[in-house]
Design a protein around this ligand. Structure first.
Ligand SMILES: Cc1ncc(COP(=O)(O)O)c(C=O)c1O
Length: 282
């Protein structure tokens, strides 16, 4: 069952106007939260980011955090059992096509829930191949916008090469993946690009930051030049649907030092275990 503008219904019965600004302009924002053992992981972070995304595009957040929480739980419950990934989006609603914001229009709210994708043992044990890609997206990547053409084209590049993701490069610096953040490890230090307007501030990235701090792991937040990225001992992806996942080849070249070339490294193994426990509420 999906939720559309206040009602639950089978997805086949859901109808949206062709004039919806989400359809016409990609004018809207979205969220995606994993619900594990019935508990949304870091929902507060997702709700704060949603509210920020709404503010950034001048859209009134239609529901309170309490209401969103009820809806997320209900979506997961109605579509369970099993771990779920709850996706929802808010668009600026239905109006005659005109770029300027329409007046007095109700936003369109859509929510769905699907089984949370499971990482395979192969992905966890061996990591995944990724491909570099020029980051030619707009300069407001911190907004979780439904206009995702730049990310779609990036992901397609990875898919066509048999990769799991891209690692994007803007002006000589590593930014993020098409639907994940990217971390480097140098020795025993985890390094993340800053949460600025060139990446989406991931809620899983916040999780990595928190877990690193709580467990005394070294963390640096700073721009990562592409040349430095290539010399990293480890590269990781992070996202709500994956948790953390090691990148073991980039453009078909193995990542890492002699001890674990082309294999997940020791820092990844540590963070993976911490993240699994955190997500499962252990
Ligand atoms: C472009 C981009 N970066 C990073 C992420 C990771 O964010 P989160 O950890 O909140 O899922 C996503 C998730 O969809 C994304 O689309």
């Amino acid at each position: 069952m999906i939720f559309l503008n206040g009602e639950w219904m089978p997805v086949e019965d859901a109808k949206i106007s062709v004039l919806d600004r989400g359809f016409i302009f990609g004018d809207g924002v979205y969220e995606y939260v994993p619900v594990i053992d019935g508990k949304p992981y870091r929902l507060d972070g997702h709700l704060i980011r949603l509210d920020n995304s709404c503010k950034e595009i001048g859209l009134k957040n239609p529901y309170s955090n309490a209401r969103w929480t009820e809806l997320v739980l209900e979506a997961a419950r109605r579509n369970g059992p099993g771990d779920q990934g709850v996706y929802w989006q808010i668009t600026r609603g239905v109006a005659k096509r005109d770029h300027s914001f329409p007046k007095d229009v109700e936003p369109t709210v859509f929510m769905m829930s699907n089984p949370l994708p499971k990482l395979t043992a192969e992905q966890v044990d061996n990591g995944v191949p990724c491909y570099t890609f020029p980051d030619k997206r707009w300069h407001r990547c911190h907004i979780k916008s439904i206009s995702l053409l730049g990310n779609v084209l990036a992901k397609q590049h990875a898919t066509e090469h048999g990769g799991a993701e891209v690692v994007m490069i803007r002006d000589g610096f590593m930014t993020e993946a098409s639907a994940s953040n990217v971390f480097c490890v140098f020795g025993d230090t985890i390094v993340s690009p800053p949460k600025d307007n060139h990446i989406l501030g991931g809620i899983t990235l916040d999780g990595v930051f928190d877990l690193a701090k709580k467990n005394g792991l070294k963390l640096e937040v700073r721009p990562v030049p592409e040349a430095e990225m290539w010399a990293a001992d480890e590269l990781w992806l992070s996202s709500s649907s994956k948790g953390v996942l090691a990148i073991t080849t980039l453009d078909d070249k193995p990542i890492g030092n002699a001890a674990h070339k082309g294999k997940p490294g020791p820092m990844f193994k540590k963070m993976f275990a911490l993240m699994q426990a955190d997500m499962r509420g252990a």
